[in-house]
Design a protein around this ligand. Structure first.
Ligand code: 5CA
Length: 440
């Protein structure tokens, strides 16, 4: 892509409510544009990052055997009346009526919808266990939407739902999802900590929030620092290993503020290991047994032919929130830095362009075509502007690798640089090789 052709409508006057870095940067780099309070359009640059995040989320869901589907954004009110949540959800739910005056709503989550699908088609324990997921827009009429896409009204979420016959089996599904979450966030370049959490309007008695540390996070967290030493690589996707993983995590105190008790914290965690800080909730998982299956009469016949309400869990990841969360976690010294896995481009070529001499642009274009041929997603800064301004712009865009074509460059030797790292001189062949290690 040529930078001169890329649609990056920069917002110069930042709105007063853009208080945190990610919100400011997403506006300044034209990733999003507000449509109305808490509702955003995703412009090409932002959309590209979100789609890359979505792909990783999808791959890790598929890796644990979850099946992708797509449920609608608009749901009938009836199923929510059956579960008893129609009134409980209060003003956060956007209620609509259609031309026949049927009560509908814009889904804030999909427990009812998936339970309805499941109960009408599965009658025997033989089809269990099942995990379904979809990646779909949600709407919650938040009282105070803020921080851009971090807490907005319309947001993009991966939500998964598990169905099991027994509580033991359901906990295994929960553990698989726990594992998939650790792997997902790791691939996104984030260190996430699972924290015991309250279940709120989703319900149930077992729940973890996946939090990444950031000063601007809305969640207060209290943890034993040793929890950071647990590595997901130590575990495998089988029942005993996943059980061990959960046991290992539960050895260490790690809770959000609604579960925090000072005396427990002091009793269980050495002063020097106590971590009290803020974080961003990027995922939340729940086990709630028959909270929905019972009122909605969702049962299967067990081995003895007896009707049993299925045991369910639900598992959310804030895909659109993650775009902002990654910026918050990686932003440093006026520089943004996308993790390699989700960067909007793999590399940017920055030629020094001089009106009277187009030799650098020529070299840049040749290299650009070469990289494209090798399936590297490359951006060429073909704009006629001084180098200092270009560097400022690219510090802001945060593409992880830069190729600088200026006074140091020879015919086929260019300055190749990791955004925060040292630069080295490489020829086009070696640049291609180097980039292929990461991207192809
Ligand atoms: N039904 C469950 C699991 S599927 C559920 O809805 N859980 S949730 O309420 O915790 O939401 C899941 C994830 O969506 C959160 O961890 C968060 O990352 C994201 N999320 C929730 N509300 C918002 C919001 N207002 N703006 C942006 N992202 C949000």
């Amino acid at each position: 892509m040529l930078l001169s052709k890329l649609f990056i409508p920069i917002t110069k006057d930042l709105p007063a409510e853009a208080k945190i870095k990610s919100h400011q940067l997403m506006l300044r780099t034209g990733m999003i544009r507000q449509s109305s309070a808490g509702i955003y359009s995703w412009l090409p640059l932002g959309f590209k990052v979100m789609k890359k995040i979505e792909k990783i989320v999808r791959e890790e869901q598929n890796n644990i055997g979850a099946q992708e589907m797509l449920m609608p954004t608009i749901q009938p009110a009836d199923i929510w009346k059956e579960s008893g949540r129609y009134d409980d959800y209060g003003e956060e739910m956007l209620r609509i009526s259609d031309r026949q005056k049927r009560e509908m709503l814009y889904g804030p989550t999909n427990e009812e919808q998936i339970t309805e699908i499941f109960r009408s088609s599965v009658k025997s324990y033989k089809l269990l266990p099942q995990i379904f997921y979809h990646i779909q827009w949600k709407f919650r009429d938040e009282l105070r939407p803020r921080f851009g896409v971090m807490r907005c009204r319309e947001f993009y979420m991966k939500d998964a739902y598990s169905f099991d016959l027994t509580e033991n089996e359901a906990v295994h599904s929960y553990n698989k999802m726990f594992y998939a979450y650790l792997k997902t966030f790791q691939r996104l370049g984030l260190k996430s900590i699972p924290m015991k959490a309250e279940t709120g309007p989703i319900g149930g008695d077992l729940s973890h929030e996946f939090i990444i540390l950031a000063d601007t996070g809305e969640s207060k967290i209290f943890a034993d620092k040793k929890i950071f030493d647990i590595k997901v690589e130590e575990f495998k996707n089988n029942e005993s290993s996943l059980k061990k993983m959960r046991e290992n995590f539960s050895k260490y105190y790690a809770v959000t503020d609604d579960k925090f008790k000072k005396d427990e914290f002091d009793k269980n965690v050495k002063k020097s290991d106590q971590l009290q800080t803020k974080g961003i909730e990027v995922g939340h998982i729940f086990y709630f047994g028959d909270k929905y299956s019972k009122p909605m009469n969702c049962s299967v016949d067990n081995k003895d032919g007896k009707k049993t309400f299925v045991k369910m869990g639900s598992y959310g990841i804030g895909v659109s929130r993650l775009v902002a969360a990654i910026i918050e976690a990686k932003y440093n010294n006026e520089k943004m830095k996308w993790p390699i896995s989700v960067s909007p481009f793999d590399v940017v070529i920055i030629p020094s362009i001089n009106k009277n001499d187009n030799s650098n642009l020529k070299k840049a274009t040749k290299l650009y075509l070469e990289l494209k041929k090798n399936n590297i997603d490359v951006l060429l800064d073909d704009i006629d502007e001084n180098l200092a301004n270009k560097f400022k712009k690219h510090d802001l865009l945060g593409i992880p690798f830069q190729i600088i074509i200026g006074s140091k460059s020879q015919d086929d030797e260019f300055e190749f640089k990791e955004i925060d790292g040292k630069s080295k001189m490489l020829n086009s062949n070696n640049i291609t090789k180097e980039l292929k290690k990461y991207f192809v």
